[in-house]
Design a protein around this ligand. Structure first.
Ligand code: PBG
Length: 329
């Protein structure tokens, strides 16, 4: 047997762990991960959620404890969602100075000042009907009104900044909300508060488990009138371009794995800090397979997070942020 007459032998560089490490293109760091946390005004003990193993709705004291432990694991940022005890048609709990998110931000910043607190800015958890904006119903048809929603969203962002949020992250997908929020933040004295825009957020079936945790399932209708159609890539670029023009500092693509092409196009086109949201349904799928012994959870998580970084994501929002940070330390 003569040697293969190949000049190109890529396997030369795969011979040992050291060689592979030497030529590895993509690295992961504990600082790449953002942990979503759910604070509830309605409970006094942590409440597990069946579709999200390891994820809890937390009362305020447990939230602060969880944030402290996450920070000790090496997590540098959390993304806060609130579950209010009272919902109405104006989402008044979203922008109330003593709303659950505002209280949670103040409590975390007081205890763990070095931990970055990002707040999800949306109205769905605070609306009695579960839509992300002010809604008029025609029978079962939910008509989400853009401009009245934007006004409430801007007010919510300012109240989060006033409570001490380091970054605000609007996830509603209304038109013009970034400009409105930037103006409102600036005039309230928060010129230095960055906006991380959920710029390309798709209407996705992968949000199911999240809506169980956040108690934000629309009572009727769906979110296709404001979130993007999964079929559209060019439109995602137009959405990102608009948000950047309007003043977004960072952008997000959501969900994650089914939209790696969007992450790559956004990063290549705009060269701005770009985040991927590994959403609840993606997490739930992996957890379910792992608990059956069908997949190796840790190995899959490393592969998934590496794929996000390889596609161009600067950071990843993931329910596995604590584990990832711990494994990478
Ligand atoms: C709120 C919001 C949602 C998610 C993040 N912010 C749900 C939705 O749009 O219905 C989903 C996150 C996840 O699935 O992990 N608008």
């Amino acid at each position: 047997m003569s040697a293969l007459p190949l000049l190109k032998r890529p396997r030369r560089l795969r011979k040992s762990a050291a060689l592979r490490a030497l030529v590895r293109e993509t690295d992961l760091h504990p600082g790449d991960f953002i942990l979503p946390l759910f604070v509830s005004e309605k409970i006094s003990e942590p409440a597990p959620v069946a579709s999200m193993p390891g994820v809890f709705q937390l009362p305020l004291p447990a939230l602060v404890r969880e944030a402290r432990e996450a920070h000790a694991d090496g997590v540098v940022a959390v993304l806060l969602f609130g579950i209010p005890s009272h919902k109405d048609e104006e989402a008044s709990g979203a922008y109330s100075e003593d709303g659950i998110v505002q209280k949670a931000v103040r409590a975390i910043k007081a205890e763990i000042p070095a931990l970055l607190v990002i707040t999800d800015v949306c109205l769905c958890e605070f609306m009695s009907h579960g839509h992300c904006g002010v809604t008029r119903f025609e029978g079962e048809h939910a008509h989400v009104l853009n401009d009245p929603s934007v006004a409430l969203l801007a007010r919510t962002a300012v109240s989060h900044a006033r409570a001490g949020a380091d970054i605000v992250a609007p996830s509603d997908m209304m038109d013009g909300r970034i400009a409105a929020m930037r103006n409102a933040l600036d005039s309230a004295g928060f010129q230095e508060t960055p906006i991380l825009s959920y710029a390309a957020k798709f209407a996705s079936a992968f949000y199911g488990p999240f809506r169980d945790v956040a108690e934000s399932t629309p009572r009727s209708g769906d979110r296709r009138g404001y979130q993007m159609d999964a079929a559209n890539g060019d439109e995602a670029l137009r959405e990102v371009a608009l948000d950047l023009e309007e003043g977004a500092d960072m952008v997000m693509v959501k969900p994650g794995l089914p939209y790696l092409d969007i992450i790559q196009r956004v990063k290549q086109r705009f060269e701005v800090p770009t985040f991927a949201y590994h959403v609840s349904g993606e997490f739930a799928m992996l957890k379910a397979a792992a608990s059956n012994g069908w997949l190796d959870e840790k190995a899959c998580l490393f592969e998934i997070m590496t794929a996000f970084r390889r596609a161009g994501a600067d950071g990843i929002i993931t329910y596995a942020a604590r584990e990832m940070a711990r494994w990478l330390r």
